[in-house]
Design a protein around this ligand. Structure first.
Ligand code: PFF
Length: 444
């Protein structure tokens, strides 16, 4: 099915960094640590690891394989594996495209806030206190303007295409992110109070174990690996035929999980350092503050109590968050853009603007109806759309796509795979175990 003119990632490492860039995002740095904090620390970590490797990883392989086989946008790729029901297959692709656009519409709002917390302290340092305060406090105008700024950044990267936009920026930004992370963890762990946070993260508290925890861990794993909404499928479609998909997917999952783990080593200790410095981290009922308050009030307050060095560390922290958000948001925008350029034969430079524009308009509607819509859109996409579509993709690969075609695609350029354990287990696993596991979690 190869068409030589279609874009590709130029190297394997470029692909890994781009896919890991998609996976590593606010879900890792903000979502995972705060979920772990309120769900018994290491208990959540353990269930999460189980979900990533027993459920999300096989599905990541499935999505990448569909994409690479189709060598096209998700709508066309899904049609090519289910030619008997092209209509339904296309609808699944369209559903993924809509879901990922909705994810981008709330993601851009949060990323905008982070951008505000990055620029705010810089403006403050050079004397623009009013502007800095505006950037750092909740208002419709701030939410709107920063969201638009972030959407424009996303559009500018995707506009340049796969190798020159997505891959180039991911390979530049991901190493910066990793280095910044390690520096910050090293710093935080030397601060007074940090060990208490570390204990909370690493010592299991089994009283927190519940079916709700398992559902949260599954949702977190799906969100973190960007599953169920065609992002990984579209990245898979730019993957070269000589790439070993199971191995590459394992590296992406491992990188993503490591960053989530390291983020836990950063955020939870940081909370307790903040507490040590007099910042309140529990509410009146004795529960930990919710995650927005933690990231947007507790952490900035902590950075402030640390003096000039703290301001600098604070800026670094938000730079890190914005980079992580950007390498994820580009993988979201790429889904509808790839569909428009191929299905509607549009020029990429045109498609990014009108699609990015539509998503920005939807995001503005959320900004203006924040109280009613923000939580709703998050819950619709991450609690429903991602797991349900993910399950549909598993069923497609397991039951509908011709077995020999699936296996042929996976071992393409890598015939030794036939001797591996993966080869024996994976097809059955995706066919039976993944859907059953997901159903069980749903009913829980
Ligand atoms: N994986 C990203 C994160 O953890 O923040 C979020 C994400 C990216 C979700 C791409 C869905 C997606 F298609």
């Amino acid at each position: 099915m190869a068409s030589s003119s279609r874009a590709q990632f130029s190297s394997r490492i470029g692909f890994i960094l781009a896919a890991a860039g998609s996976a590593v995002g606010l879900g890792n740095i903000w979502g995972f640590p705060t979920q772990a904090a309120s769900n018994g620390g290491a208990v959540f970590l353990f269930v999460y690891l189980l979900m990533v490797f027993a459920l999300a990883y096989p599905l990541l392989v499935a999505e990448l394989t569909i994409g690479r086989y189709g060598n096209a946008n998700p709508i066309k790729s899904l049609r090519s594996i289910w030619p008997q029901q092209r209509g339904i297959a296309a609808l699944l692709g369209i559903a993924g495209m809509i879901a990922v656009s909705m994810i981008l519409s709330f993601y851009a709002i949060v990323a905008g806030w982070l951008f505000g917390f990055l620029v705010g302290p810089i403006l403050e340092a050079i004397g623009f206190t009013t502007a800095a305060n505006w950037l750092e406090s909740f208002s419709t105008s701030r939410n709107l303007i920063l969201m638009i700024v972030f959407m424009i950044m996303t559009i500018m990267v995707v506009r340049n295409g796969v190798a020159n936009g997505i891959e180039r920026w991911s390979t530049r930004l991901m190493p910066v992110l990793l280095v910044l992370f390690v520096v910050m963890v090293g710093y935080i762990l030397t601060q007074e109070g940090a060990m208490e946070g570390l204990k909370m993260f690493l010592v299991p508290d089994f009283s927190h174990f519940s079916s709700g925890l398992v559902v949260s861990a599954m949702g977190q794993a799906f969100f973190s690996l960007s599953l169920g909404v065609c992002s990984m499928m579209v990245y898979g479609s730019y993957l070269r035929k000589d790439t070993n998909i199971p191995k590459t997917a394992a590296q992406v999952a491992l990188l993503d999980t490591s960053v989530a783990f390291i983020a836990g080593l950063l955020i939870l200790p940081a909370m307790f350092v903040a507490q040590h410095n007099g910042v309140e981290i529990y509410n009146d009922a004795g529960a930990l503050l919710d995650s927005d308050t933690l990231v947007f009030s507790v952490l900035p307050a902590m950075f402030e109590t640390m003096g000039t060095g703290g301001v600098f560390i604070g800026i670094l922290f938000f730079v890190l968050m914005v980079i992580a958000a950007l390498t994820s948001s580009i993988s979201m925008l790429e889904v509808p853009v790839a569909c428009a350029t191929e299905e509607l034969q549009q020029d990429r430079k045109v498609a990014v603007w009108w699609i990015g524009g539509l998503i920005t308009i939807f995001s503005s509607i959320i900004v203006y109806n924040f109280g009613d819509m923000f939580g709703l859109v998050i819950s619709l996409t991450t609690e429903y759309a991602q797991p349900i579509l993910g399950m549909c993709f598993a069923l497609l690969v397991g039951w509908i796509w011709k077995r020999d075609q699936v296996l042929q695609e996976i071992k393409e350029g890598y015939p030794e795979l036939e001797q591996s354990l993966f080869w024996k287990i994976w097809p059955w696993y995706v066919r039976v175990v993944c859907p059953v596991m997901m159903l069980m979690v749903f009913f829980a």
